[in-house]
Design a protein around this ligand. Structure first.
Ligand code: HEC
Length: 158
């Protein structure tokens, strides 16, 4: 009797563990999710601008402004979303490389440069309606994404 109960308990625990693992794989959580959400928002907004410039569709300044706002919002919060904790370093299938924390001053420099170029983009938007000028300020800001990912983000596994 007792043995059966124990076996049942073990089976139940195993089932619970399987569920917990599958939950962890369906999406990030905690600090990793928080920073991924910010990154995704910037990505969505900047893709819309890139598409507009690429397809040479009618210039829509509002799209560029929305990008700039997202860059500034998430850029300013970025450093704080990479705390040196176990969760932040290894949790939720993060693609952040250990170099973020090993070369923290360098990482901060990349974030600062991004913030600086985002502020310049905002200034350009306030002072001009010229698509060419705004495109160049946008491209400069968005170039920082790739630069930082190259150094601090794991390549996607295929
Ligand atoms: C200072 C460095 C830095 C800058 C600047 C930066 N990123 Fe990232 N980004 C990272 C790191 C590190 C990760 C990995 C985060 C993780 O997996 O925990 C990441 C992850 C991402 C992801 C994946 C999110 C997910 O759901 O897995 C996207 C998309 C992204 N960044 C877009 C952008 C865009 C667009 C910009 C520029 C507008 C940008 N990033 C600027 C460092 C940066």
């Amino acid at each position: 009797m007792c043995l059966i109960k124990i076996l049942k308990n073990i089976a139940f625990t195993a089932l619970l563990l399987t569920c917990a693992v599958s939950v962890a794989h369906t999406g990030a959580t905690g600090i990793v999710k928080e920073r991924m959400d910010g990154m995704k928002d910037m990505s969505k907004k900047s893709k819309a601008v890139a598409r507009m410039f690429k397809n040479k569709s009618e210039f829509d300044k509002a799209l560029v402004s929305a990008s700039a706002e997202s860059f500034i919002l998430h850029g300013e919060a970025m450093i704080e979303l990479f705390p040196d904790t176990e969760d932040s370093r290894t949790g939720s299938e993060t693609r952040a490389l250990p170099s973020v924390w090993e070369n923290w001053t360098e990482f901060e420099k990349y974030a600062d440069k991004f913030n600086n170029d985002s502020a310049l983009l905002k200034d350009a938007l306030a002072g001009s309606d010229d698509p060419k000028l705004l495109k160049s300020a946008f491209m400069k800001a968005v170039g920082n994404c790739r630069e930082c990912h190259k150094e601090f983000r794991k390549r996607e596994k295929h």
